[in-house]
Each structure stands twice: as structure tokens, then as C-alpha cells.
Design a protein around this ligand. Structure first.
Ligand code: T1G
Length: 701
């Protein structure tokens, strides 16, 4: 995001109405220059003897979407948001906030400090600070309960959700909604106002406590039950709302300030803010300098299995015309069933209306004919991971696609350059690697290769963004850890875990250790969920690297037919219809026999050992991918691991975690483990360089 313009705030007059206009693209973030600009304009407006009322509005796509998050890591500069909002609230003239776009966080707090609020009918408002490990720290926790009551205030601050203007008017957060010209309506509204109306009628005034204390107690208990006592921001929000109920406004604001500072200083907030910028940075591709995305209206997907159908649903949900090609009638019917089931479920759960579901399906064309692909702007091949089959389908696609169409393969690890060549038009071919379930998971690895044109790559990026996805640039990595960023790191993760399995740990212990670190599931639960036969086929499809240890446990399980949830028997045993299982005793027995066969004496691993070994393997694999140009920057690796593999978002990602430990300590810890398995733990050159030069991965972003 570029530097704020020198004068991001203008004061205009329309007769006796002063108009304060903010212009700080792209989202009018309330950085120091904007705060100073508003304060100066307000003072000038108040000082002007012909001012009857003041309107605060913004140009561009939105009313301020919050404080400037980047300033949180800088020294505080005055006026703070709190000081500015006090100035607005205590203005001797009525102040109206004219809201459009997304008034979020500090932007909504600004509006709440104003005396009156008018919004355009498509405006949305929310306090998403909790998604950054923060709380509304500029009066929001004190003014919102006074405006809409404690219960609704809790809902807004705990969910961070955006509410429509209509709902905001219903709950009393805003005074009126207009579908006309907001600016002129706001000025007309201001002309009718004679009274100031500060949210806190008198700063020592206590809210009507009522039986709110039960609400507070219930919320506190719920947060602790759902998130544990360590959930800093949510518990601080409860404290602040309690203060709003019990204390005069000024005391409440002081408590809020202190609570905000505690959250801001937390590791969790640092991780969440890092993740916020990392996923936006990831979408910045160097190819953008040379080309713009081509227009994509009609997409085609070849292969209607789980991934293909998921991509089709994501396309329909994003307004694209979708052609889905499957083999034979049964294939077409199976795909239709999957897609139909998604819409039935969504309508049943109230996520979509019948009309929305029906409308989306009118844009779906299902066929078993490849020659229908001639109209598509983008064609995605999404069949099974069989190189020869993919290459022959891609050749057929290349033969029927229109000249400027972009072709993409959803392969997760096969040789992209070779597959691109198979289309006969490698320049127009890219990788688009979706993550299951494709209609839900936000991550898309955009695969680049030497022959791919900048326009084809940017068209892939533009398409991913239009689907509400987070695109990350990646090259296919060959050899140990083959695939794009995610799969390459997953292979290191799995090998680190398998080595401990072979030497004494159990699947349940390893899964437990990784869940306590913050992953939703451990590696063996994931293996059971995705099916052991998938990874087995992949291992069989490529030559073994003699320099990399090979643990045969998973192979032996597949040979036993223990494929995971699909056979209700894997590392765990599953009751009918259950997704959580109990440890599979036969696997534990098989592992002990495996150890005996290899002459391995089992040893104890603490949960900390397990976590350290796996995280060191992940970070080192990440460093290797940076060195080989598979990943463009460390924060891209963080984005992939957070969105694609459940790495706890509140930690920011493995590369941010490595910086928190420092590359030099990471390197020394690796040196202890390296002799055990160099392919995993011998420090990658990039890591050694950072350690020697006392630099951080963040310096490479
Ligand atoms: N501060 C700094 N930069 C911001 C920003 C912000 N608040 N919001 C967006 N940007 C940048 C973003 O990095 C990107 O930059 C560009 O703007 C476009 O964003 C005291 C503590 C508003 C819904 O949490 O949710 O107020 O990549 O790509 O998809 O209580 O941005 O182009 O260089 O996301 O159209 C609370 C965060 C802050 C809202 C628009 N506010 N922003 O989405 O565009 S904390 C938020 C968003 C606070 C007070 C507290 C979204 C959006 P670049 P984008 P978009």
C-alpha cells in the first residue's frame, strides 16, 4: 500500500455545512496524516462562525476501513484515534458521518464518535479487530454497547462480521439509510440538525446496568469454554463491555486502552497481522509488471471428481459460466450429484436461498464432449494424478481450445513444464493447484514455468482473486519434496513424523502434539481423512531418492488394505459415519514388528521433541524452496501453510515463527538433528546465510 497522500483530508463548505472529505486510497485507513487532517478540518469548521453542522465523508471505494494496521509496529503519533474521536464527540456543532463501502474497525468507531450516522444502502459495517488479535481500541467497546446494547455489541465484536446498512439501522447503530446520493443526502440531513448528541450523554453517565451482568458472565464462560483461558482478545472484549456497563465512559475508555495495548503486544496479534499482510503480498506477482489478466467469463473444467466438482461449484458461486466435462454418462451423473448435493446442503443450512441455488445452476453445462471447450476463456484440467493420462487430455484440450484461451492443470506435483508442453501451447499453460474442498479452501497455488507467458500467469491470478481465493506464486519442485510449496513442505513434515513413529512415538501422540501446537488435525488424522492410497500412488509414481530415508510403515498399511476413513481403518479405527477414531491396535503392533525387523529400539519422545523436530523440518524445507526459487518469499510459504495445511494463523506461519526463534538458533538446533537425517535437517543454504548475517526471513519478503 502506497504512502498516504500529503493532504489526505479536505475541508469544503456547502453553505452553513462544513464537509470534511477523507481521500487516502485504497481504503482510507486512518493513518497519522489522515487523523491530523481531520482534526485540523474539524477545528477550522468549528471556528468558522457560519458553521451549523459538519459532515465527515470519504472519497474512493469506502469510508475508512480502520486504523492503519501498518502503524501498529511504529511509534505512536498524535493525535491518537481516541483523542481524535473525543474531539469529534465533544464538537459543539452536530457532526454527521456519511458512510459508504465498508466502515470497519476505527472507521466505524469514528462514525460512532460522530453524533449522527447516515449510510448508503449497500454500505457494510463491522468491528473485525478480533481477526487481528485486537479489540476496538478507539472507543468502540464503550460506545457500541451504549448504542445497541451489550448482547448485540458482543455479537459484533466477537464475530468481527460485517452487517448491512439495513440491519445497522434496525439495531440503532445508524440513524438512516439512503439509496440516493449519499453526500447530498448527508448535507441535507445535517441541515435539519440543531443538537449535538454525543453517544455518552455525559462522560460520567453510567449505562442502565439492567441484568447485563448475567450476559457478561455467560460470555466470559463461553469464551473460556470455546477458546480456553488463553484467548486474550475475546476475554479483553468481555472486560471492556463489563466496564461499559459498570464504569463511567472515561474510566471505561482507559480500561479499553490498556486492554488494547495488551492485545497489541501479544504474539497472537503479531501473527494475525502478519498473516493479513502476507496473504495480500502473496497476490503481488512479478508478472504484473508485464501483463494484465485477460477477461474470463466462461470456464471449463475437465474431470468432475471431488476436485473438479469443487472447482465448478467455486466458479458458479463466483458468477462464472461453467462447463464441466466428464467421461461417459455415469461420470456426468456423478459430477451432477456432487454439485447438486452441495446446493441442497447449502439451501438446507440457509446459506443460500432456493432462488440463488437455482440461478447458479443455470450457469452450469455438463457434458462428456471435449469439443465444447472451444468457447471457454480458461480451461482447467482436474483429472487424477497420472502423468500420461493428463498429458493426453491436455493435448486434446490444446487442440480444441480457442487461440487466446488459458489452459491450467490442477496437478499438485507432476512436471508442469512437461504437461504444458503437452498442450502444444506452453506459453498459455499454467498450474492452478486448488486445495480440497475447492469450493471452501481459499488457497490456490499458481504454478509458473519457464515457458509460461506473463499474461497467462496474470489471468490465473485474476481468476483466483475473482473466486475470492488467495493466489500464491509457485514453481514445481522436483526430487525430495516434489510439488509446489505446500506439498513439498508436507513431504518433509510427514518424513519427520514417520521417523519418530519408527523410533518410538505413536500416531496418536504425534497428532496430539501437533494439535496442541494449534493445528486442527495431526498428520495421521489427515492421512486417514485424505486416504492412504492417494499418497501411496504418488510414492509409487516417482523414483526413490537414495539420499532420503524411506519409512515403509504407510506402504505396509496400504498393502493391508488399511486406507483410512474410506475403509474405516487406518491409523485409527472409525465407527460407521464417524470422522474421529480410536487408535488402531493392529497398526501399533505392525510398527513394533517393523522396529524389531529393522533392529530399532523404541525411545521416548516428549510432545516438545515432536513439535520441534517437525517444525524444524518445515522451516528448513521452506528455506530450501526459497533457495531453489520454488517460493518467491517467506511470507508466501506462511500463507500456503496457514491456508492450505492448517498452520495456526495466530502464529503467522512457520517462517514468521522461525524469525521469532531467530534463524541462528534454528540453524544450531538443526545441526544437532542433521546427522540423523540430512535430507530433513541439514540446514538449507538460505538459512545458513541468514544465521551468519544475523538476518531474518522477514528481510526476504
Ligand atoms: N490498514 C492498512 N492497510 C490496509 C488496511 C488497514 N486497515 N485495510 C486494507 N489495507 C490495504 C491492504 O493491505 C491492501 O494493500 C489494500 O489496502 C487493499 O486491501 C483502533 C485497532 C477493507 C474489506 O481489519 O478487511 O481499526 O496489498 O486487498 O479485498 O479499533 O482490506 O494493495 O498493498 O484487502 O477489497 C480494522 C482490514 C483495523 C479491515 C477491503 N480494520 N481490511 O478488502 O482489498 S484495526 C480491518 C480489510 C482497527 C481500531 C483498530 C479489507 C477490506 P495492498 P484488500 P479488498
Amino acid at each position: 500500500m502506497k504512502q498516504a497522500p500529503k493532504h489526505p483530508v479536505r475541508l469544503e463548505r456547502q453553505g452553513t455545512i462544513a464537509l470534511i472529505v477523507i481521500e487516502n486510497p485504497p481504503v482510507n485507513a486512518l493513518g497519522v496524516a489522515v487523523r491530523r487532517g481531520i482534526a485540523a478540518a474539524l477545528n477550522a469548521a468549528v471556528a468558522h462562525d457560519k458553521t451549523d453542522a459538519i459532515v465527515i465523508a470519504a472519497n474512493g471505494r469506502t469510508f475508512p476501513a480502520g486504523a492503519d494496521i501498518r502503524e501498529f509496529d511504529m511509534a505512536a503519533q498524535e493525535p491518537s484515534l481516541g483523542q481524535l474521536f473525543d474531539l469529534i464527540e465533544n464538537a459543539p456543532k452536530p457532526v454527521v458521518a456519511a458512510i459508504h463501502g465498508t466502515a470497519l474497525g476505527g472507521g466505524l468507531e469514528l462514525a460512532m464518535a460522530a453524533h449522527y450516522r447516515i449510510a448508503s444502502s449497500d454500505a457494510r459495517m463491522g468491528l473485525p479487530e478480533i481477526h487481528l488479535g485486537l479489540l476496538p481500541g478507539a472507543g468502540g467497546t464503550q460506545r457500541l454497547p451504549r448504542l445497541i446494547g451489550a448482547e448485540l455489541a458482543f455479537d459484533m465484536m466477537m464475530s468481527g462480521n460485517q452487517l448491512s446498512a439495513g440491519i445497522c439501522a434496525e439495531i440503532g447503530l445508524i440513524d438512516s439509510v439512503t439509496s440516493g446520493d449519499l453526500r447530498s443526502e448527508a448535507v441535507a440531513y445535517a441541515r435539519t440538525l440543531t443538537e449535538v448528541r454525543p453517544t455518552a450523554l455525559n462522560r460520567t453517565h453510567l449505562m442502565d446496568g439492567g441484568d447485563y451482568m448475567a450476559t457478561v458472565a455467560a460470555r466470559r464462560a463461553q469464551v473460556k469454554a470455546d477458546l480456553g483461558a488463553g484467548a486474550l482478545a475475546p476475554l479483553k472484549i468481555v472486560d471492556c463491555v463489563e466496564a461499559a456497563l459498570l464504569l463511567p465512559m472515561d474510566a471505561g475508555l482507559q480500561l479499553e486502552r490498556a486492554a488494547f495495548e495488551d492485545c497489541l503486544a501479544s504474539r497472537e496479534s503479531a501473527g494475525l497481522r502478519h498473516a493479513f499482510f502476507a496473504e495480500r503480498r502473496a497476490a503481488k506477482f512479478p508478472e504484473a509488471a508485464d501483463a494484465k489478466p485477460a477477461k474470463v467469463e466462461r470456464i471449463a473444467i475437465v474431470g468432475g471428481g471431488t476436485m473438479g466438482s469443487g472447482i465448478a461449484i467455486a466458479g458458479l458461486q463466483s458468477g462464472f459460466a461453467v462447463t464441466l466435462v466428464e467421461q461417459g454418462e455415469s461420470g456426468v451423473n456423478a459430477a451432477l450429484e456432487q454439485i447438486g448435493a452441495f446446493y441442497e446442503r447449502s439451501i438446507a443450512k440457509g446459506r443460500l436461498s432456493e432462488a440463488q441455488g437455482a440461478a447458479a445452476l443455470t450457469h452450469l453445462q455438463l457434458t462428456n464432449k471435449l469439443d465444447t471447450l472451444g468457447e471457454a476463456d480458461l480451461i482447467i484440467e482436474a483429472i487424477g494424478e497420472d502423468f500420461d493420462l493428463k498429458a493426453s487430455i491436455l493435448a486434446e484440450i490444446g487442440a480444441v481450445a480457442k487461440p487466446d484461451a488459458v489452459i491450467a492443470t490442477n496437478t499438485s506435483y507432476l512436471d508442469l513444464s512437461a504437461l504444458a508442453a503437452a498442450t502444444g501451447r506452453p506459453a498459455n499453460t499454467i498450474g492452478l493447484h486448488f486445495f480440497a474442498p475447492a469450493q471452501v479452501n481459499k488457497l490456490v497455488e499458481v504454478g509458473v514455468h519457464d515457458a509460461a507467458s506473463a499474461q497467462a500467469v496474470m489471468t490465473g491470478v485474476g481468476f483466483a482473486k475473482a473466486m475470492g481465493k488467495t493466489p500464491v506464486r509457485a514453481r514445481v519442485h522436483k526430487g525430495f519434496g516434489s510439488g509446489y510449496i505446500g506439498n513439498a513442505i508436507l513431504e518433509a513434515y510427514r518424513l519427520a513424523a514417520d521417523i519418530m513413529l519408527e523410533h518410538g512415538a505413536t500416531p496418536a501422540q504425534i497428532d496430539g502434539a501437533m494439535r496442541s501446537f494449534g493445528f486442527p488435525l495431526g498428520p495421521y488424522q489427515i492421512a486417514d481423512m485424505s486416504g492412504l492410497d492417494i499418497a501411496y500412488a504418488r510414492r509409487q509414481s516417482k523414483p526413490r531418492d537414495p539420499d532420503v530415508r524411506y519409512v515403509e510403515i504407510a506402504d505396509k498399511m496400504v498393502e493391508q488394505g488399511w486406507l483410512g476413513q474410506k475403509t474405516r481403518r487406518g491409523y485409527y479405527i472409525y465407527a460407521e459415519g464417524q470422522r474421529t477414531g480410536v487408535p488402531n491396535g493392529d497398526v501399533l503392533k505392525m510398527i513394533s514388528e517393523h522396529r524389531a525387523h529393522k533392529g530399532i529400539t523404541a525411545r521416548k519422545f516428549s510432545d516438545r521433541d515432536i513439535r520441534d523436530r517437525i517444525l524444524l523440518a518445515i522451516v528448513n524445507a521452506g528455506a530450501r524452496l526459497l533457495g531453489e526459487g520454488v517460493a518467491a518469499r517467506p511470507s508466501d510459504i506462511d500463507t500456503v501453510m496457514v491456508h492450505g495445511f492448517g498452520y495456526p494463523r495466530s502464529r503467522g506461519g512457520p517462517m514468521m515463527d522461525a524469525d521469532a526463534t531467530t534463524p541462528s538458533i534454528i540453524a544450531s538446533r538443526l545441526s544437532v538433528l542433521a546427522p540423523e537425517e540430512p535430507s530433513l535437517w541439514a540446514a538449507a543454504p538460505v538459512l545458513t546465510m541468514l544465521a551468519q548475517e544475523r538476518q531474518k526471513f522477514a528481510d526476504l519478503n
